[in-house]
Design a protein around this ligand. Structure first.
Ligand code: F3S
Length: 403
């Protein structure tokens, strides 16, 4: 990989050990993936935030880099933490966990990272433009940036994203190159999808089918997906098949701006999203916690949840996770208080995958996200139900899964 004079100097330590370490990481990555050069990035989104995922070793790594003088040079935000950074006590988070989680946040803050912990940075002011290069980490955000916004990013690991933030660059390989953004799998969707959960179930199925090909959707029945449906679809494919880019005919920007279909693309027809529900829905009747907001909920989704409660009292916990800015907007619109009046809560900064749910006495979780269901089933001992928002709200109201 060719480096500019400035990049060579950085690698040689002329800008200090922290920048040299960042350049070493990027140079090694570029060499591994055959990049010819680095490209400037306009923003970074860093994963590796939840103490539940990072652990003490990750915390020590971050503190060491911060102590070496690491400072970001482009706008950088964070993936969710394992708790609401302000209201963790109300969530019932153990104090020891919270202390370490806040130490992680402190290390990022010392490096100049904006403490905005969300997997939907695009709903909280970090919105790259069509064609711009970014270095984002969270798989659902990567999917949204590439597919819905038309920006260009690979799925970065935590250290490589932070290295990109410290240098302002990332190696130009993978989805940064137009030739790798062609679709190789046409997905003809012949059924009518009526909820974000339906798109999430569809995404689970297609993710398992994609096998390194970029999907190109044609929705042949019913309306075209809106932004919340695309968010759910992309997150699901990212979880079940590591899909980082997809196109939707007539909807996503790259599919509207050029011919993105590769010659000889395979074709698959989807007649129903039921298989996605069947694969991820469990059998537990009891529901302790209903989780809405994976990926973090939009304002419209929070409003939808509040509307479905109709002021009734909840028998199970209901947590709606979202970005801090969206929480503030929901609070200003009176949505947070409507949910709280029923016994639920709107939680900022957090992803429940990294949260200590077992320690908090939670045994069964219901969600309208196939990504949440997929991870909870594979990485926890919790019972999981996966269904529509209406089913999840009903479960929260009754404390059990509706039959
Ligand atoms: Fe976001 Fe966590 Fe879901 S990072 S996409 S809320 S698994």
């Amino acid at each position: 990989m060719r480096l500019t004079t400035e990049e060579e100097a950085m690698l040689a330590g002329k800008e200090g050990p922290a920048a040299a370490k960042a350049m070493e990481i990027l140079f090694a990555l570029g060499e591994i993936y055959g990049a010819e050069q680095l490209v400037p990035v306009v923003s970074v989104q860093v994963a590796g935030v939840s103490y539940g995922n990072l652990g003490q070793a990750g915390l020590d790594f971050l503190c060491e880099w911060a102590d070496q003088g690491a400072r970001v040079v482009v706008p950088a935000t964070l993936n969710p933490a394992g708790m609401d950074l302000k209201a963790w006590q109300e969530m019932g988070i153990p104090e020891d966990y919270a202390r370490r989680q806040l130490e992680i946040i402190g290390a990022y803050q010392a490096m100049g990272v904006t403490i905005n912990c969300s997997c939907t940075p695009y709903l909280a002011g970090n919105v790259p433009e069509f064609g711009q290069h970014v270095a984002w980490s969270e798989s659902s955000a990567v999917s949204y940036a590439n597919s819905v916004l038309g920006a260009r990013t690979n799925r970065e690991g935590g250290p490589s994203a932070l290295a990109a933030a410290i240098t302002g660059r990332t190696p130009a390989y993978g989805l940064h190159l137009e030739r790798n953004r062609q679709a190789g799998l046409v997905v003809e969707v012949n059924c009518r999808l009526t909820s974000a959960a339906d798109y999430s179930a569809l995404g689970y199925i297609v993710g398992q089918t994609a096998k390194d090909r970029v999907p190109y959707f044609r929705f042949n029945s019913g309306p075209q997906p809106g932004l919340d449906e695309l968010k759910a679809l992309g997150a699901a494919m990212a979880a079940s098949g590591a899909v980082a880019l997809y196109h939707v005919e007539g909807v996503t920007p790259e599919a509207r701006s050029r011919d993105v279909l590769a010659g000889g693309a395979a074709i698959v027809a989807i007649e129903s999203a039921e298989e996605g529900y069947r694969a991820l829905d469990g059998t537990s009747q009891a529901v302790d916690l209903v989780w809405i907001g994976c990926p973090h909920a939009s304002l419209a989704e929070i409003e939808h949840a509040a509307d479905q409660l109709h002021g009734r009292h909840l028998e199970a916990e209901l947590w709606v996770t979202t970005a801090r800015e969206v929480l503030d907007a929901a609070t200003a619109r009176g949505l947070t208080s409507r949910i709280e009046a029923c016994g639920g809560r709107v939680v900022a900064d957090a992803c429940l995958i990294g949260a200590p749910l077992g320690e908090m006495g939670i045994g069964a979780v219901a969600t309208n996200s196939s990504k949440a269901a997929f991870y909870l089933r594979n990485h926890s001992h919790l019972q999981v139900r996966f269904g529509t928002l209406a089913q999840c709200i009903e479960a929260a109201l009754k404390g059990k899964w509706p039959v």
